[in-house]
Design a binder for this molecule. Structure first.
Ligand code: ZN
Length: 315
């Protein structure tokens, strides 16, 4: 293995994550995926069988399915926001990713309910104990039961501490996935409804606007019943409580352990991101003109439409 991973190769592996690019084989958990280059130095992401065709193997991975599903390329995504945040997006030419511990939802990154924590602890203590007592071949565990117990508890402590650290190193930008504009979202995600704006994009435009960056995951949040189960141990930020299901959230997420700030602006090509802009159903007429003026000032040549909710019915 050469460990030579070009940007093109890591992007290919990211975009084709679930399948071998040569034969289409769908990877199963535990399979080995091979990243490397073919005879013409073209990047390849392949299965065990097709790995024979690699001229150079850069790296191999133990395949783990993603914790989230990826929306279809054309899936419509909406971001409901207020005017100030919209202008900030235009002026910074970037998307704001908030740090996970700054979200209102105190369950961001939670593994489960506190009342179920002792079961969780028992499970992982057992897991760590078994791992310590059964090291790989050619190693032998010489620790006493008491020492094994101490080590297992230490590992559990580190595991818990890791969860707290994750909250301070995970940055998230949220979208609502829907074919249509949502009345409820106008109310939920705009602090002042008269001056609210919705930006519509699509999954593919969001991915492209952020530079097709393999270190930013974009996917659907899973809504689960925390009364009955835990979130994933390693991917808790892809799980929320059922009571948030109406958000139909798609989030863009990255990890950065070196950023002490409460949020980070990620450069974004707004000409790709913004497909259409809608103004709130409660906005006065002059507000649409204002949004148009601001767009012009920042060189954003996109259609600004009134909310479709203000269209009149007939009876
Ligand atoms: Zn294959």
């Amino acid at each position: 293995m050469t460990n030579r991973i070009t940007e093109e190769l890591s992007r290919l592996a990211f975009e084709c994550h679930d399948n071998c690019v040569l034969c289409g084989y769908k990877f199963q958990e535990g399979d080995t995926s091979h990243l490397g280059y073919g005879t013409d130095d073209e990047p390849l992401y392949v299965c065990e069988e097709c790995s024979k065709k690699l001229k150079e193997t850069a790296v191999r991975f133990y395949f783990i399915p993603r914790a989230y599903t990826v929306p279809k390329k054309e899936s419509k995504l909406w971001r409901y926001t207020d005017f100030a945040k919209y202008v900030s997006m235009l002026s910074t030419k970037g998307l704001y990713f908030a740090r996970a511990d700054c979200f209102q939802d105190s369950f961001e990154g939670a593994k489960g309910l506190k009342k179920n924590k002792s079961k969780w602890n028992d499970y992982y203590l057992h897991f760590f104990r078994e791992a310590i007592k059964n090291p790989p071949d050619s190693y032998e565990c010489t620790l006493s039961d008491e020492e094994v117990e101490k080590q297992a508890e230490r590992l559990l402590g580190e595991f818990e501490f890791g969860g707290e650290i994750e909250k301070k190193s995970t940055f998230i930008n949220c979208w609502h996935e829907s074919e249509y504009e949502s009345e409820a979202m106008w109310r939920l995600y705009s602090s002042f409804l008269e001056n609210a704006i919705a930006v519509r994009t699509s999954y593919h435009s969001l991915y492209q606007a952020l530079g097709c960056n393999p270190s930013i995951d974009i996917g659907r949040v899973n809504y689960i019943n925390f009364q009955k189960r835990y979130a994933s141990a390693d991917h808790a930020f892809w799980y929320k409580r059922m009571s948030f299901e109406h958000e139909k959230e798609v989030r863009a997420l990255f990890i950065n352990r070196d950023c002490p700030d409460k949020g980070k602006i990620v450069p974004c090509d707004l000409s790709i991101l913004i497909e259409e802009v809608f103004v709130s159903p409660s906005a006065p007429l002059w507000f649409t003109q204002l949004v148009n003026d601001v767009n012009e000032k920042y060189g954003v040549n996109k259609k600004v439409s009134p909310s479709e909710l203000i269209q009149e019915p007939f009876f």
